[in-house]
Design a protein around this ligand. Sequence first.
Ligand code: NOJ
Length: 490
Amino acid sequence: MLGVASAKTATPEIDWWENAALYQIYPRSFQDSNDDGVGDLNGITQRLGYLKEIGITATWLSPIFTSPMADFGYDISNFTEIDPSFGTLDDFDAMLAHAKSLGIKIILDFVPNHSSDECDWFKKSVAREPGYEDFYVWHVGKHNPETNQQEPPSNWISVFGGSQWTWVHERGEFYLHQFQRKQPDLNFNNPLVRERMLEVLRFWLDRGVDGFRIDAVPHMYERQNADGSYPDEPISGWGSNASAYDYHDHIYTKDQPATVQLMYEWRDFLLQYQAEHGGATRVLLAEAYSPVETLSAYFGNGQRQGTQLPMNFQLMYLNGYSNARQVVDSIDYWMNTMWAQHQTANWVVGNHDTPRVADRMGAHKVDLLNVIVNALPGASVTYYGEEIGMSNVQTPCTEISCDARDGERTPMQWSPLRHADFSTAPSTWLPLSPDYQRFNVKTERGVARSSLQVFKAMQQLKRSAAFMAFKQPGGFSYKALTEQVLQIVR
Ligand code: NOJ
């Protein structure tokens, strides 16, 4: 009892996620334990001690579920199974148990917007099996009398380019996919779909996870006209390629009002789960490239609570020329709304969809950014390898992968040894950085003021009394003293 009481006195009103040191693991690239050149769950388990060493309090894993890997796990064919390339459910349980013993929380990627087209649900929907007819977003399209062909229901362009609508001969209708063709969008207007997704959440909560990072939040719903047709999106004025995503303003396919309600529904579900099962707060991170006012709505309002951590990507828009005043503008953009209204903040350094800091801003800015995100109040979100200053790698297009984002997804650099100790396979799924003998955990452990040491020191500061007092009056301040000098006071 005493221990609990004194812990409460030290930080009266801070819940664990509010100033978490979060870390994103891209499982294919963290640690290979079975010599196939691809990272896996047992590999993560082996390396959890490292997360503890560097002060991480929670980690979110990119998808580990059964998948044909058309989008490396963001195309799920079974939401409650582990993909064999990552291991088994037993491996998952073992990883979770070890993480718990170290006090590290585990957050899973939850990809509700779409499944794989190889998911049984989609196959059943194509065949109009009872209960699955409207599991996805189907439409017969528009008849063109000149060609006597059906054309897509709307002009919507997918995030990866090309129409969002693909015709399925067997069903005689188009299905909607905001991402790849192999990622059909689930229909969240259908209560059966929402119910099924709650079952997915429950499945992983029952195994003991601490929360979810929700993928592609803005894309959950689309606007539909009263007659069932879909409205065309207006031209944005950006570029001239009519099949590129930026060609349109996505006023009907992003951030629709129902999405806000969905966040509240999911948070209610987690709150209810916690009330029934106890334990620490289960958390929702949201991936939403949306205006801060929209993120504020996703977070909640006086009546309803939504996602605790709508991820703040603002610092990812800085570049090598950004000066201190621009950094402050970027911080203000979040703080003027999210701190002012909700007393909450989080700072994302990078992710598997964005070139690394060393490439975006320059290798000499890596430590600077790590200091900023950990010196500011709130939670920090580090993409694996940023703590050692990894850079993007020029990756060849191969049969295994040919994705513009491969460069920021290369294997973690653990040591100067072969394949940086990531794997003992003959070759790895993506090549190691040519720089790994210089930038790696083992080497940087032994160098005073290496990126790794700076990062670890910042994590220690983040746990200090002064930093923990960030919600007290005067708990922090920041300003640009000149164009070159940013001051953060705690
Ligand atoms: C966002 C993920 O971060 C990205 O990697 C993926 O391609 C899309 N969502 C589609 O799931």
